[in-house]
Design a protein around this ligand. Structure first.
Ligand SMILES: C[S@@+](CC[C@H](N)C(=O)[O-])C[C@H]1O[C@@H](n2cnc3c(N)ncnc32)[C@H](O)[C@@H]1O
Length: 294
């Protein structure tokens, strides 16, 4: 079925619960990144932070918390109302009793009217959304137009793929985690190739930020480490990961792997991954930053 609102044919409303679970799990990491980025804004009074492709809203919650002591404005923006509305409600709860204003703007980040729909921002945060847009360089150029002079663009893209499964799960063939990641990567190539108006981005993200006219470009990475033995939240997040990888990568998987996945995501099966304490979540995220000249 074709999914409206976005260019990637992904059923984003169906992703809400797993995006939210990941946000809850990663809240301490999100908060550290938010604090670091808010520090970058220096003495700007009541900064405006725009979260493009805000998803489950976890990073906007972290921005609201990071701004609580000084005040400011957090603007969530997403093309999918079914994600945007509950995410904005979460952030409003987090900002209650502070002088942080929270707004939500439904907008397509691939639309050239984006900068007219959003306020001039001291910081634009765009995590794992630009790679869902047909022309990624044009998307970055568009995000730069949302920035106030001197404002920062922060793109969270790339890093290291999630590892979360023991090598041998005792069902199917060993090495399932690697094959799921490879299947997802193949799907990703096809997903981009099928987007109307797609253009390749044959450079790394720092080069793309420079090409968009940003200065002071740099990047940093951080490790996300939820080690075994896994808490229930980690186990459920691992089940989400297996289900998502197998869903998008289904055609690339062997019958044996598909059968193993069906058992791993079934709460009534004795092989259910959500009942194992030897799963874990280990990954790394990279944030690319650049500043709009004053
Ligand atoms: C992989 S999720 C990332 C969510 C969140 N930023 C995070 O890092 O967890 C991608 C998000 O981008 C949104 N999105 C996809 N295409 C979009 C578009 N054309 N314009 C705006 N948002 C879009 C999706 O609805 C989803 O919320």
């Amino acid at each position: 079925m074709a999914h409206k609102h976005t260019h990637d044919n992904i059923d984003w409303p169906a992703r809400l619960s797993s995006l939210r679970r990941a946000d809850e799990l990663d809240a301490p990491y999100n908060r550290q990144v938010a604090d670091r980025l808010v520090d970058l804004l220096g003495a700007a009074t009541e900064p405006v932070i725009v979260d493009v492709g805000s998803g489950g809203g976890g990073m906007s919650v972290a921005f609201a918390q990071a701004l609580a002591a000084r005040g400011g404005r957090v603007v969530l923006s997403d093309a999918v109302g079914e994600l945007l509305d509950p995410a904005a409600a979460l952030v409003r709860d987090a900002a209650a009793g502070t002088s942080v204003a929270v707004d939500a703007v439904r907008a397509d980040a691939a639309d050239d009217r984006l900068a007219d729909q959003l306020p001039p921002a001291d910081l634009v945060w765009a995590s794992r959304v630009v790679h869902h847009l047909p022309d990624q360089q044009a998307a970055i150029d568009r995000l730069v137009r949302v920035l106030a002079p001197g404002g920062w663009l922060a793109l969270s893209e790339g890093g290291l793929a999630t590892r979360c499964l023991p090598w041998d799960l005792g069902i199917g063939e060993p090495g399932l985690g690697n094959r799921l990641t490879a299947a997802r990567d193949d799907w990703f190539v096809g997903m981009r190739a099928e987007m109307p108006g797609v253009r390749s981005l044959p450079v790394g993200w720092n080069t793309a930020l420079e090409a968009a006219g940003l200065t002071e470009v740099f990047s940093f990475s951080y490790v996300i480490d939820h080690p075994a033995p896994a808490s229930e939240a980690v186990r459920l997040s691992v089940v989400d990961w297996i289900a998502w990888m197998a869903d998008v990568g289904e055609v690339q998987l062997s019958d044996t792997d598909r059968a193993a996945v069906a058992r791993l995501v079934d709460p009534d099966d004795e092989a259910y991954a959500g009942a194992r304490d030897d799963v874990f979540v280990l990954s790394a995220s990279t944030v690319y930053l650049g500043r709009k000249p004053v």
